[in-house]
Design a protein around this ligand. Sequence first.
Ligand SMILES: Cc1cc2nc3c(=O)[nH]c(=O)nc-3n(C[C@H](O)[C@H](O)[C@H](O)COP(=O)(O)OP(=O)(O)OC[C@H]3O[C@@H](n4cnc5c(N)ncnc54)[C@H](O)[C@@H]3O)c2cc1C
Length: 454
Amino acid sequence: MTSQRGSVTLIGAGLTGPLLAICLMQRGLPVRLYERRPDMRRVRISVGRSINLALSTRGIHALRQAGLWSEIEKIIIPMRGRMMHSVAGELTFMPYGKDETEVINAISRADLNIALMNAAERCGVPIQFHERCTGFDLQTGALHLRNGGTDAETTIAADVVIGADGAGSAIRADMLKLPRFNFSQHYLDYGYKELMIPARADGTHVFEPHALHIWPRGTFMLIALPNIDGTFGCILFLPFEGETSFAALDTESKVLSFFEAQFPDALHLMPALAENFFSNLTGAMVTIKCSPWQVDGKALLLGDAAHAIVPFFGQGMNCAFEDCTYLLELLDHNGPDWSALFSGFERSRKADTDAIADLAIENFVEMRDRVADPRFLFRKTVELELGKKYPGLFVPKYAMVTFHRTPYAVAARRGTTQDRILAELCDSVQRLEDIDWEKAEVLVHHELTPLAGV
Ligand SMILES: Cc1cc2nc3c(=O)[nH]c(=O)nc-3n(C[C@H](O)[C@H](O)[C@H](O)COP(=O)(O)OP(=O)(O)OC[C@H]3O[C@@H](n4cnc5c(N)ncnc54)[C@H](O)[C@@H]3O)c2cc1C
């Protein structure tokens, strides 16, 4: 058995593993990283999951703290709002925030992953690819690995193992065997399929690049995020089963007719639609909650391994990066007493990750269904107005989650109160001019002042 005493062993070189590895190395703590996939910089592999992601304040903060933001900033496209596409092809733009500073940023998952792995290696982190963790003995500290190319099995003696190995975590699987380990997983009835809209011949985007495009259709939707190469990464969200579902779209002609009827303005821009539709897997979306996240300072779960969420608030990665921020703040204050550090981390974080899991489900309904509803759009306009009138006091829920680092649980609580205020102001009114602003003043001060500040 090879010994790895004295260093931190990280499992998973996805998005969070390399970031944490860099930050630990910067603090003088040696790290080794094991990843089950081959090295995507050398072998062409599908990175799986969404093609591109929305990166926002929490993620940016963590990257900035690690000294990586100036590099990552070069490969993002800011998106200022949602661009809704009706079946007739009419476009409606809804800004995300109060001004140009409140944007979310599209980034290619592969480019980000590569940038993080390069930076980790520059810091001296050894990354062993094609090494799948097959188990971790929490009693003895024996970590088992299997090489994906040769099938060779290795066992390593590890002091501290951090599982950044995603929603299907192998480290969590071993924790599941412990007494009183709490675990829940809930799959949506919806799946997702990654598709692509190519760039124009001159390399430019076919739609407005500074927007997240949505084709909301009630019980399903298509979204598209811009890439810096002029393409759009698209995701179709559709029920697995039923009349309008992935199961029902089982031939090329059915797929093309479905797109013709529902997303005609996208269809003629997707020449490889049918081919992509049938060659790309249909992904599942799961919410995972578990506790404890750590075992006696020997093992810790982080990111999706501890708290996978559905993608509709664009927060999974941002939340996972914020895990690093919280963990490192505690480490900087208290030093590497792993047991105290890991349990302190879980105490400071669990309520927040539970809250964002619930908010993400709530946003699913909003994106798929309500963004096409004029009443909802009116409420959003009033919400933005209240945000401008009472900065720091009335902060739209989306903004608290996306543009601030307000703890998610606080954002959820304040958001519920704000939703009540909005309902009271908007329900019997059609136009902004008819809002009772005096009542708004009273409600905002009376209901929101007592709550903790943002
Ligand atoms: C469709 C979709 C869209 C999304 N959009 C967004 C978005 O816009 N914004 C956002 O913030 N989040 C988004 N997310 C969520 C985001 O992808 C995840 O939250 C994020 O990737 C979590 O990072 P992680 O490092 O915890 O896990 P991952 O990025 O999944 O990395 C885990 C790594 O561990 C490796 N691994 C797994 N098992 C083993 C093993 N046994 N041994 C060794 N290595 C292993 C994997 O190969 C992988 O490299 C989206 C997710 C989906 C599905």
